[in-house]
Design a binder for this molecule. Structure first.
Ligand code: CCH
Length: 292
């Protein structure tokens, strides 16, 4: 009987706010668990993005709807290396709130991380459903960091984004870092990897970037401190005229970037979800923990 009640339970916005609040606590527990990066926020944002960024508008497959990264082979696709950390950190929350789908949990966690780490509000609404391994997308749908502008355009145009949105989305690299045991690349993009700021664009434009001399994959380092990095795909944003225009605009105005980043991430997290599945006709604005 209890299981039946749970299955029929229709959660309210307040219920999702409770999940948000719980996620915020868990992201902050990194120090207790001796997770070096100070917060689980960045890796959780990467999970939300990789679960959404498999979308293909032509075939209307992929995206955040079915949370297929739980299954082989998607769980072991090269681009997803290291994301088990994020899935494992969120698993106890799924146990605590069993009525939430994995797709909703992962995208809500991305929203929570961005908001709690000082970023803009990301409009979000629930409605994703759990799917099956057969719905896994083929390998190769996520961007390859060693490539150039054509590749970046092909990948993001396939999801339905334009040049301005591509530049706005990649500014998420203000957060977190590369881990040599996950992607092969190494190091953070900014000096404040647990804060959402427009520093990524400022550094990209204003620092002198040189190829790092090492045995790892080709990446750039800043000539001044040698402690920051850029991926080849980040660097092309300054080498391509249409991309560079937006790098400049976002370096000049954090407000503009927050506005465009919020809109693009909100859309990214809804890719592949049929509109009729959404519970609300408009996305919600979830409260930050300091507003509760
Ligand atoms: Fe990214 N990203 N990303 N990225 N990413 C990596 C880490 C993060 C690319 C490659 C990499 C977006 C776009 C791109 C985050 C968010 C976004 C890493 C290092 C690589 C490689 C992984 C590791 O070793 O841990 C490429 C290529 C592109 C596009 O061309 C977009 C879009 C977003 C979100 C909106 C975040 C956050 C991280 C940090 C993760 C962490 O664990 O610190």
């Amino acid at each position: 009987q209890a299981a039946k009640v749970a299955a029929n339970y229709v959660p309210t916005k307040e219920d999702y706010q409770k999940v948000y609040n719980r996620i915020a606590e868990v992201l902050d527990s990194a120090a207790d668990k001796e997770y070096d990066d100070g917060s689980y926020g960045p890796v959780v944002v990467r999970l939300a993005w990789h679960s959404s960024g498999t979308y293909d508008k032509e075939t209307n497959t992929g995206g955040s709807n079915y949370a297929t990264m739980r299954f082989e082979p998607e769980a072991t696709h090269g681009a997803n290396a290291g994301l088990k950390v994020a899935r494992d950190v969120l698993e106890p929350i799924k146990q605590e709130f069993p009525w939430i789908s994995y797709g909703d949990l992962w995208t809500l966690a991305g929203v929570t991380a961005i908001q709690e780490l000082g970023g803009p509000k990301i409009p979000w609404r629930p409605g994703r459903i759990d799917g099956f391994a057969a719905q896994c997308t083929p390998d190769g749908r996520l961007p390859d960091a060693s490539q150039g502008a054509d590749h970046v355009r092909n990948i993001f145009y396939r999801m339905g984004f334009n040049d301005q949105e591509i530049v706005a989305l990649i500014g998420a690299h203000a957060l977190g870092r590369c881990h040599s045991d996950r992607s092969g690349f190494e190091g953070p993009w900014t000096f404040s990897p647990t804060s959402v700021t427009n520093e990524f664009y400022k550094l990209l434009l204003n620092e002198k970037w040189v190829w790092k001399k090492w045995n790892g994959p080709k990446q750039l380092e800043d000539k001044t401190t040698h402690s920051l990095m850029m991926l080849p795909t980040d660097y092309v944003l300054t080498q391509d005229k249409s991309f560079k225009k937006w790098v400049k605009a976002y370096a000049d105005s954090e407000d503009l970037w927050f506005k465009d980043f919020s809109a693009a991430v909100s859309r990214l997290f809804e890719l592949g979800v049929p509109t009729q599945q959404f519970v609300a006709s408009e996305p919600w604005i979830m409260k930050n923990t300091d507003e509760n």
